[in-house]
Design a protein around this ligand. Structure first.
Ligand SMILES: Nc1ncnc2c1ncn2[C@@H]1O[C@H](COP(=O)(O)OP(=O)(O)OP(=O)(O)O)[C@@H](O)[C@H]1O
Ligand SMILES: [Mg+2]
Length: 335
């Protein structure tokens, strides 16, 4: 079998064909407009990933399409991103293992499975998003909180079976929207989520040209507001997670995992862990951005790998039976 693990998130698409190396690109699709000139001699109709990001960062008023909005699936851009992932990975898989928000509807999941089957000719496997990280860590009983860009997803598993879960419409976007408004009100420029991530995690400077002037901001301009907003945001996620854990056996809660790119923002893991001090130790995978994709790949290997093994065993059993029969016939012929 030849599966890929594909995690199409609101902000980033993560894809792997070996469970180790993960390709990441922005989950953005832009439909091209006709331009007066094309210096590279190409006019594309659709731009995906890095190219689409470059367009929206250099031009204002271009409409960017993202695959998920408020936890709901936007089919057209989702399929464009899936196709792009196959192109970048340079593979032609027979199985795509992927995830959707925990509270996605059954009809959404069925429609996605149908589209993947019909348009990409693959066998689809769809999991609740945080299950990928638990599978990646080899945990079959535990809790995972995935702070993504659009949603925060919580899942509780017992022996690899879904017990309960939830999707909160407060992902990193809630935090970023608040910071973006602050920036816009104070210096009058709009910045993209990708620029804000750079500002918060690597301290790069971000700027625009406004009325003939160069306007820039850096991390120190927003750090005290960030701290306040981050704490109240995490507080909301923590209180909903605690509700979800109420009454659960401590053996389940012993594996409490925090994942998703949101867990890498400054202070988030520390704040979340502190709030659960009296419940359990919170762990975080090495790379919380890619752990779902790796886990989906592992799950495809386990689920379909087992089927393949069974088939191979059956075939070899059949082979043995037939050779026994043949042997018998030969012996009979001899006698
Ligand atoms: N090193 C990093 N790389 C990428 N994102 C990071 C990093 N550090 C922090 N982040 C934050 O994580 C966010 C993306 O997280 P993630 O990839 O888990 O979201 P998503 O899967 O796109 O969204 P969702 O799961 O809600 O659909 C970014 O918007 C950014 O704010
Ligand atoms: Mg995600």
């Amino acid at each position: 079998m030849n599966p890929i693990g594909l995690d199409i998130g609101t902000n980033y698409t993560k894809a792997t064909k070996d469970g180790k190396k993960v390709t990441i690109f922005p989950s953005i699709v832009v439909y091209g407009e006709e331009k007066d000139w094309s210096l590279k001699g190409e006019e594309k109709e659709v731009y995906v990933g890095e190219e689409a990001l470059a367009i929206i960062q250099s031009l204002e008023n271009v409409e960017a399409m993202r695959p998920l909005h408020e936890g709901r699936l936007m089919h057209q851009s989702y399929m464009e991103l899936a196709r792009h992932a196959l192109k970048v990975l340079d593979t032609n898989p027979d199985t795509i293992a992927t995830g959707l928000p925990v509270k996605s509807s059954k009809s959404e999941r069925e429609a996605l499975a149908r589209d993947l089957k019909e348009q990409l000719k693959v066998e689809p496997l769809i999991f609740p998003e945080p299950v990928g990280t638990l599978a990646h860590l080899g945990i079959d009983t535990g809790v995972c909180v995935d702070i993504g860009f659009g949603t925060t997803d919580i899942v509780v598993l017992s022996h690899m079976e879904y017990l309960r879960g939830d999707t909160l419409l407060v992902g990193v976007d809630w935090l970023y929207e608040n910071i973006e408004v602050l920036v816009r009100n104070s210096v009058g420029i709009s910045i993209t989520p990708e620029e804000l991530t750079g500002l918060l995690t690597t301290d790069c400077e971000v700027g625009r040209v406004r009325s003939g002037k160069r306007i820039t901001i850096s991390q120190k301009d927003i750090s005290s507001e960030y701290e306040k907003l981050m704490k109240s945001w995490i507080e909301r996620i923590v209180s909903r997670t605690k509700l979800m854990l109420e009454g659960l056996s401590t053996t389940i809660v012993d594996n409490l995992v925090l994942t998703g790119g949101g867990s890498l923002l400054p202070g988030v893991y520390e704040e979340f862990s502190r709030s659960f001090e009296e419940v359990a130790k919170v762990t975080r995978p090495d790379d919380p951005v890619t752990s779902n994709a790796r886990g989906y790949y592992a799950l495809a290997k386990i689920l379909f790998g087992d089927e393949e093994k069974e088939e191979a065993e059956k075939a070899s059993e059949k082979g043995k039976d037939e050779s026994k029969k043949k042997g018998k016939v030969k012996k009979e012929e001899v006698s």
